[in-house]
Design a binder for this molecule. Structure first.
Ligand SMILES: Cc1ncc(COP(=O)(O)O)c(C=O)c1O
Length: 397
């Protein structure tokens, strides 16, 4: 029976639980070894299924067939993941000398590496150029000046500000410029001896709102045309950034649906045959391939609130919980009596609260395991050593 036929939608605990169960069953599907592995691995450990990384990458390149795909390494920089994507033929989007070192170590050639963070440290620009990586996003005149210092014919693509409405992890405040400013920046880059190459935008991470892509592509079209007519600049490349969502506590737009929509818009507004198309997905490629195994380390009732404490937390892998990402939690025990918990992290900081109103079995106790689903992206990369606790281990299986 399908998930939707078995859930009593008027019971919020059951809705959560069944969705978590569905994600868990998908995670272990066709891998009879996994349930036991998940029960025995040290905690906290992020378990990543390599075949799911491959499947998702193949789904993306099949649907975005005209695009070059650059995996945004920031989402998860584990070397085995980078190796897996490199073997699939992916390119990489990087932001630091450390990420660069990793992607070079798996034999990635410079033409498969781009850097889209619009504000980069000078030493990073330097090391990129020394390794023949010459494509950089910018969104300020100061950044053009920084790149021009190196007296190389670097290729510049400008970051446009676009709506991030309804994206669970908005990225629009810190970066991006309007069309007018973008035109001036491209012109300035040309004046400084750099090559105005293209444009980029980011609709916000975990984007379930197709309209964000609609506005972004229309804005890109305006910049594209005005660069040619007003500045005599013929851009070559359009980079649509990241934003592909994963399923956390509910269904999300599929890769196929997003690709269909974007390709329709591009066909309407651009001459796609002469266009170089790029994308740089992070979360959408890796999130669902990961499951974080944690242990219950404490249990308490405070007023009316039931608390569970786990050996991970916002400083140890679950930082995105602070910014609005809500995970699914599961433990494979059949049909338990459920209760709502507040989940506290391992550190002593009172900010270290991972989620509220999480439906889990009433009889969970210290030492029991909890599986946190869809944990492959922006988890271990954010983890610190706060309070002396190390980040979760990572295991590719
Ligand atoms: C410049 C850039 N490209 C790509 C990404 C990846 O985005 P996502 O994880 O939403 O696919 C990010 C995320 O922060 C980003 O800043």
């Amino acid at each position: 029976m399908s998930y939707s036929n078995t859930v009593n939608f008027s019971n919020p605990k059951e809705v959560q639980w069944k969705f978590a169960e569905k994600l868990y069953k998908e995670f272990i599907k066709d891998r009879p070894d996994l349930p036991q592995l998940l029960e025995n691995v040290d905690t906290p450990t992020l378990v990543i299924r390599k075949d799911k990384l491959q499947d998702r990458y193949r789904e993306v390149i099949k649907n975005f067939d005209q695009f070059k795909v650059y995996y945004a390494v920031k989402a998860n920089d584990h070397i085995e993941m980078i190796k897996t994507f490199a073997q699939e033929g992916a390119g990489f989007e990087i932001a630091s000398p450390q990420e660069l070192e990793k992607v070079l170590s798996v034999g990635t050639p410079p033409e498969k590496i781009i850097s889209s963070n619009p504000v980069k440290p000078l030493d990073f620009i330097d090391i990129c150029l020394k390794n023949d990586i010459d494509r950089f996003a910018v969104d300020s005149f100061a950044e053009v000046d920084k790149i021009a210092r190196f007296k190389k014919r670097a290729r510049i693509y400008v970051r446009l500000a676009v709506p991030n409405v309804g994206s669970d992890w908005p990225l629009s405040r810190k970066f991006g410029v309007d069309v007018e400013t973008a035109l001036e920046i491209l012109d300035y880059a040309k004046e400084k001896g750099l090559i105005p190459y293209g444009l980029t935008f980011h609709v916000g991470s975990q984007c379930n709102n197709l309209q964000n892509w609609f506005v972004a592509i229309k804005r890109a079209k305006e910049l594209w045309d005005r660069a040619a007519t007003q500045k005599g600049i013929r851009l070559q490349m359009l980079n649509i950034g990241g934003g592909i969502p994963a399923r956390y506590t509910r269904e999300s737009l599929s890769v196929e649906e997003i690709a269909c929509y974007i390709k329709g818009l591009l066909n309407k507004y651009f001459n796609v045959r002469t266009l170089e198309l790029q994308m740089e997905p992070g979360r959408g490629l890796v999130a669902e391939a990961g499951l974080l195994v944690v242990s219950v380390i404490g249990k308490a009732k405070r007023g009316k609130e039931n608390w569970l404490y786990i050996d991970s937390g916002v400083f140890h892998g679950l930082a995105e919980a602070l910014g609005g990402i809500r995970y699914s939690f599961y433990t494979p025990v059949g049909n338990p009596k459920l209760t709502f918990y507040t989940i506290g992290g391992i550190s002593c900081d009172s900010m270290d609260v991972v989620a509220q109103n999480v439906a889990l079995p009433e009889n969970l106790s210290v030492g029991d395991r909890i599986f946190i689903l869809t944990a492959g992206a922006y988890t271990t990369v954010y983890a610190s050593h706060f309070n002396g606790f190390p980040p979760p281990k990572v295991l590719l299986v």
